[in-house]
Design a protein around this ligand. Structure first.
Ligand SMILES: [Zn+2]
Length: 458
């Protein structure tokens, strides 16, 4: 048996009876980061780390303590246990799950650990130059590369002992264009893989499309504000379902919020029968995919909305225990030095059966909103700014428009979805919650058509 694992199990055996629940997580990782801003090399880092976290629960009170090496492990565990005893005043309510013993390895294609920093830097520099040279109106760029390989050891007092490898390779390519009257437009593209450095190879066209989009948007005139039938592209549909709805499905949020408990009562109709929303951690090679979550619960495909009906929400062991629902394997931590909290994985609106042409063909005047520039949510209200916009006129895509912001109430907007495309696509992203970001997730959707959306122009 692995020495580290052996050591964690020995410590667990000594202390596990002193609290209601105890877990130890240790992560060994190596990572690379390269970043360019314009022609300037902003950062080149290689990093190795070994660090962990201990979580204890006693009478419903939680503690979390980090540690930097195995030498101090037992002292830190004792600290976590005494802190949990200090705060616990109720009863511990955790969903009952069986301990799991397993080892999860990554099936690597081209391993970034075998490639020199020099070679990675050259590749990213070339892509950066491609953007800078694309058009004189490209003012600057934001281009970055990151890879991280980690091995995480996990043991808990329920008898789990899990070792998981994980690789993330990411490339991000942003271009900023400046046009007449000093207007600024951005274009963005990204690639990600969980097993292969070669995802970065031969993507010149894709990288250039970031600059193309920024330039194209310079021609766009601000959209006239009003209520429109709006078609979201798959990327924006995915962002919408993650940001506006997914976060409300996280049970830690629902549990603390009586109004949300009422609005999100399981069994409630949420939209048309064709509307199905999943959070699926089991799809291979996506950023949000995991075998086990950070409490050792097996990852699953969950139907948040199935055939228009609210069916499930996202849980960790405690929210599942308190709400008397099944654990869903959604406890995730940014790294072993953060406590796991309820998080999404790969969240998507499932495909329907309409082609894009069918979705737009009877729209007299509408807006086609593409990709995401930024946005915010506040409870059930949301505002998103699309990165690109086009008018839809008489069933066809017409002139580009800028300043397309969409806002509304998420529950009304879900009800107003009236068409769902057959072209589901997942996009990689980073999610922020509780000071832990960017957590790797993906968002997915097909083209969707929504009526009565408030579009704000300038
Ligand atoms: Zn998020």
């Amino acid at each position: 048996m692995d020495l580290i694992q052996d050591r964690l199990l020995t410590t667990m055996a000594i202390y596990q009876n002193q609290v209601d629940y105890l877990e130890i997580r240790l992560q060994q990782s190596e990572s690379t980061a390269i970043a360019y801003r314009g022609s300037q090399l902003d950062a080149v880092n290689r990093n190795f780390s070994l660090a962990g976290g201990i979580r204890a629960c006693q009478k419903g009170g939680w503690s979390f303590v980090t540690f930097n090496g195995l030498d101090e492990l037992n002292n830190r565990v004792e600290e976590a246990i005494s802190q949990a005893h200090l705060v616990g005043e109720e009863t511990t309510q955790l969903a009952l799950v069986e301990g799991i013993i397993d080892q999860v390895n990554v099936e690597l294609k081209r391993d970034p650990r075998g490639i020199s920093l020099q070679e990675k830097r050259q590749l990213i520099e070339n892509y950066n130059q491609l953007l800078l040279d694309f058009d004189p109106r490209i003012q600057t760029t934001a281009v970055s590369y990151t890879d991280q390989f980690s091995q995480t050891y996990f043991v808990n007092s329920l008898g789990s002992c899990i070792t998981q490898e994980r690789l993330d390779v990411n490339g991000r390519f942003g271009a900023i264009a400046r046009g007449e009257g000093n207007i600024i437009r951005q274009g963005f593209e990204s690639v990600a893989s969980r097993c292969d450095y070669n995802v970065l190879q031969g993507i010149e066209d894709r990288v250039q499309s970031a600059a193309e989009r920024a330039i194209r948007q310079l021609e766009a005139k601000p959209v006239k504000g009003g209520q429109y039938t709006v078609v979201l592209d798959p990327y924006l549909a995915g962002v919408f379902i993650h940001e506006a709805f997914g976060h409300l499905s996280e049970a830690d949020f629902v549990y603390e919020n009586p109004r949300m408990q009422e609005l999100l009562e399981l069994g409630k109709p949420m939209g048309i029968e064709q509307l199905t929303v999943v959070d699926d951690a089991t799809i291979p090679d996506l950023p949000g995919s995991i075998r086990y979550d950070d409490e050792g619960v097996q990852a699953q495909r969950k139907y948040l909305i199935k055939d228009g009906i609210l069916t499930q929400r996202l849980h960790n062991l405690e929210t599942a225990g308190k709400m008397k629902e099944k654990p869903t394997g959604n406890a995730r931590a940014l790294s072993a030095t953060y406590p796991p909290i309820v998080r999404m994985t790969n969240t998507a609106i499932e495909a329907g059966d309409h082609t894009f042409e069918e979705i737009i063909k009877d729209i007299e005047e509408g807006v086609y909103a593409v990709r995401m520039l930024g946005g915010q949510t506040n409870g059930e209200m949301f505002t998103f700014a699309a990165a690109e916009g086009y008018m839809i006129r008489n069933g066809e895509i017409a002139e580009p428009v800028s300043d397309v912001t969409l806002s509304g109430n998420v529950f009304q907007t879900l009800k107003d979805i009236e068409g769902i495309g057959n072209d589901l696509l997942y996009t990689n992203g980073g999610c922020g919650k509780g000071g832990q970001m960017p957590l790797p997730v993906s968002v997915g959707g097909p083209h969707i058509r929504i009526k009565n959306v408030v579009v704000g122009g300038r």
